[in-house]
Design a protein around this ligand. Structure first.
Ligand code: CTP
Ligand code: MG
Length: 171
């Protein structure tokens, strides 16, 4: 895996549909630096796929993120983050503590994201129409990330290299 050097005081926001490979990328950082929404869903409900637990898991994520931003610790948020409303509180936390918000778009082809749902356990399988919508939302987001306040936009290709500043949404 080839990663660009990321500044110490960064908040890395992974953006991509289910199956894009966000958690696979997140695992290349030390576990303590990664806030995973799936993991927090499991913490609050014993079931990482329990969508009814999302509200509580998001609240926990925001609390933990603020604790880390206050300490100015390098942090990665592993969630789909395909909507502006999901990203807004993350950016706000980074800005409050003068951290550098970096968007990492995990632009894996939609067909691959859908194929990858197959072998997953039933509670972690995301329906095809939901994956398609998440990918559309991610693509549409690209235009607004700068205006939202991200300092850098980085692309991850299907080999999981992060390609800085390369405008690529391969299909
Ligand atoms: N995967 C793969 N090859 C890669 C990266 C990922 O085969 N280069 C596989 C993983 O092993 C996993 C699946 O693709 O089984 C989805 O990857 P994951 O990182 O779990 O995707 P996420 O984006 O985290 O999906 P979700 O939002 O559902 O958590
Ligand atoms: Mg994941």
């Amino acid at each position: 895996l080839i990663y660009p050097q990321m500044p110490e005081h960064s908040l890395v926001v992974l953006i991509g549909p289910s199956g894009a490979g966000k958690s696979t990328i997140a695992r290349t950082w030390p576990a303590s630096q990664v806030l995973s929404l799936d993991a927090l869903r499991e913490v609050v409900s014993d079931d990482a796929g329990d969508q009814a637990a999302t509200g509580d898991a998001v609240a926990a994520l925001h609390l933990l993120l603020d604790a880390r931003m206050r300490r100015r610790l390098f942090t990665v948020v592993d969630a789909t983050n395909v909507t502006r409303s999901a990203r807004e509180p993350l950016l706000a936390a980074a800005k409050r503590h003068d951290m550098l918000p970096i968007a990492v778009m995990v632009a894996t082809p939609g067909s691959v994201c859908i194929e990858r749902q197959g072998p997953r356990p039933a509670n972690r399988t995301v329906p095809e129409d939901v994956v398609v919508k998440q990918r559309q939302d991610m693509v549409a987001s690209h235009r607004t990330l700068k205006a939202e306040g991200f300092s850098e936009i980085v692309f991850s290709d299907s080999l999981y290299r992060l390609l800085p500043f390369l405008e690529r949404l391969s299909e």
